[in-house]
Design a protein around this ligand. Structure first.
Ligand SMILES: Cc1ncc(C[n+]2csc(CCOP(=O)(O)OP(=O)(O)O)c2C)c(N)n1
Ligand SMILES: [Mg+2]
Length: 318
């Protein structure tokens, strides 16, 4: 049985991630933020179900579609927004933008624009935890497309061999950029690949936060007890295009419409209301709180200056 406060926390996180990304799409369309953004609208249950049960000092690795996981891990929304705006008060002084946000204090080691690029690096924090005798776990998020990269295979093999405390969380939205899964992979369940590396592999309905929570809990416990890694595949749906502004001309309209039918927030909200955990009034309060948090974060970001030239060579490797 999941505690009431955990259920409410997951609901809050899912709504927060959705509303932040909706706002980002809006701001991006107005040309107020530089670079590219990729939203994970429709996929919020994965971030909330996994990150809501991590400790602040556990590590996560994310991808180009990584806003949700970082928010669910607990990063500060103001500094997150300032980063996306490319401003000095952002987590990386505006040098990373949306796609490479890192926040050391909250264990967000980094998002990564290189598909599959975070997977081998996640073995590093997992190995460090074992080496130092710490109980910290690492969760590495990546997409279905990344599961076809060589890094995925090499990393899963080594993590299993070394029994590392890492959860490989494959957020399978069925698309790698403009290509559907069945065009580039014969397998239906990516979790089937776990067996060939001698690790546990599970596939869950990634639009059902309770199912994600349950399987992630098992995987996290296994990792903390030193019982090795898990490949946790969460099947979910990408509502929007690959990047903000992508008109999805390659995708049948029916597919987009169907994706929206799997709305993880609607599903969870229905459960919470029917089980009498919340009522419509509660939802209004949550929405209002989130709106004011986002308004505040946007004002903070917009009033933060752009870092000066003196910052150009700081925090970079030479
Ligand atoms: C090594 C590498 N190859 C190709 C690309 C171009 N690219 C960017 S995102 C993407 C698809 C990734 O699909 P998936 O892993 O399923 O993540 P999703 O976008 O669905 O979240 C590709 C091919 C890249 N960034 N890096
Ligand atoms: Mg994908």
């Amino acid at each position: 049985m999941v505690k009431r406060e955990t259920l409410l926390e997951m609901f809050y996180l899912m709504v927060k991630v959705r509303r932040v990304e909706e706002r980002l799409l809006d701001i991006f369309a107005q040309g107020r933020i530089p670079g590219f953004i990729h939203v994970g609208i429709g996929q919020e249950a994965v971030a909330a179900g996994v990150c809501s049960q991590l400790e602040p000092n556990d590590y996560i690795f994310t991808t180009h579609r990584g806003h949700g996981q970082a928010i669910a891990k607990g990063i500060d929304l103001k500094r997150f927004m300032a980063e996306i705006y490319g401003r000095r008060d952002g987590y990386c002084k505006g040098k990373s933008g949306s796609m490479h946000i890192a926040c050391k204090e909250m264990g967000v080691v980094g998002s990564n624009g290189i598909v599959g690029g975070g997977i081998p690096i996640s073995l590093g924090t997992a190995f460090a935890s074992v080496w130092k005798g710490e109980k910290r776990v690492t969760v590495c998020f990546f997409g279905d497309g990344a599961a076809n990269e060589g890094t995925f295979h090499e990393s899963l093999n080594l993590a299993s061999l070394w029994n590392l405390p890492v959860i490989f969380c494959c957020e399978n939205n069925g698309w790698a950029q403009f290509t559907p899964q069945k065009v580039y992979m014969k397998l239906e369940n990516i979790s089937a690949r776990a067996g060939s590396y001698g690790m546990v592999g599970v596939t869950v309905d990634g639009d059902d936060v309770l199912k994600v929570y349950e399987e992630a809990k098992r995987a996290i416990e296994r990792a903390r007890k030193g019982q090795g890694p898990t490949l946790l595949e969460c099947k979910t749906h990408r509502w929007f295009g690959h990047f903000a502004g992508d008109a999805q001309k390659y995708r049948p309209a029916k597919d987009i419409e169907e994706a929206r039918g799997f709305d993880p927030i609607v599903k969870f909200q229905r459960f919470l209301i029917e089980s009498k955990y919340i009522n419509p009034e509660y939802i209004k309060t949550v929405e209002a709180k989130i709106k004011s948090e986002i308004d505040e974060a946007v004002s903070f970001a917009e009033s933060s200056p752009v870092a000066g030239e003196e910052e150009l060579f700081n925090d970079v490797y030479v």
